[in-house]
Structure formats: structure tokens, C-alpha cells
Ligand binder design. Structure first.
Ligand code: DQA
Length: 142
């Protein structure tokens, strides 16, 4: 099983962002953990991160040809990118929305996810381990 793991805007500077909110690990460390969890769960992960909305849309379109499941943390795009909503809507494989922080308990503008309606599962506020849970949901190993 091939899982596409897509991380959006500002997740490249994860280690520099508020550790109380985001856990203090770097993006590279997050990727290392994701690859280790994927191996443990018997699937293969392909991780990517971009700060460019058009680029994540292109990558999502390409992933339709190879991904059996999708994990996505769009960062702040979660709250306003209808373009990402529309790209995710095209998948006929399960899509898991992940957020490191508990967006339901933060600023009002973060409470709304415009992709919520087109995802299969949501994993919110579990820190980096939320990505493991997302992979487990996709591989039915939870
Ligand atoms: C985030 C939550 C978003 O509100 C924020 O803009 C991010 C990260 C999270 O993983 O908690 O960049 O998606």
C-alpha cells in the first residue's frame, strides 16, 4: 500500500514554531518518524511539504495515479483553501486530515476546516503521533 503524506504551508519550519502547540520537533524528524511508522505498519509512505498552493494541488493530482491512501495536513490552508478541497474531492481512496494541534480549542478562525467534508477521517491534536494513527487508519491496523 502506497500512502501519500502531504504537508502544507509553514510545516517546513515546524521546529521553530511554538513547541507548546506543535511539539517542538523539526519537519525532518517528523518525516523520519513517518517513514519508520509506515515500515512498522507494513505500508510505504511518500512524504512531501510545500509552501506553494499550486504545487500541493499538482502533487495531489499526480497522487491519484499511485496513492492507495492520503494523509494531509494543509497547515493554515485548512481554513480557507477551496482549491485543496476540490483536489481532495477527486480521490476515490481514503483521505485522512491530520493536525498536530487541537484546532477546535484555538482561535475561532482555526476551528473551521474547509476540507472536513471531503475527508474520510480526521486526527486532531495528537501531535506527531497523529500521523501514525492516520497511517494505522489507512492500513486497518488501529
Ligand atoms: C496545523 C493547524 C493550523 O491551524 C496551522 O495553521 C498550522 C498547523 C496543525 O497541524 O496543528 O500550520 O495544521
Amino acid at each position: 500500500m502506497q500512502i501519500g503524506v502531504f504537508n502544507g504551508v509553514n510545516l517546513d519550519v515546524l521546529g521553530d514554531r511554538d513547541p507548546e502547540i506543535y511539539g517542538g520537533i523539526s519537519y525532518n524528524e517528523l518525516e523520519t518518524r513517518i517513514y519508520a511508522w509506515a515500515a512498522e505498519l507494513g505500508c510505504s509512505a511518500r512524504c512531501s511539504q510545500t509552501n506553494h498552493e499550486g504545487e500541493i494541488i499538482d502533487s495531489l493530482h499526480e497522487a491519484r495515479a499511485w496513492a492507495n491512501g492520503v494523509v494531509i495536513n494543509p497547515g493554515a490552508w485548512t481554513h480557507y483553501s477551496y482549491a485543496i478541497h476540490d483536489a481532495l474531492e477527486l480521490f476515490d481512496v481514503p483521505v485522512v486530515e491530520v493536525h498536530l494541534s487541537d484546532i477546535s480549542g484555538r482561535e475561532d478562525w482555526r476551528k473551521r476546516s474547509v476540507i472536513e467534508a471531503v475527508v474520510t477521517h480526521r486526527v486532531i491534536g495528537e501531535g506527531p503521533a497523529g500521523y501514525r494513527r492516520a497511517l494505522a487508519l489507512l492500513t486497518d491496523t488501529e
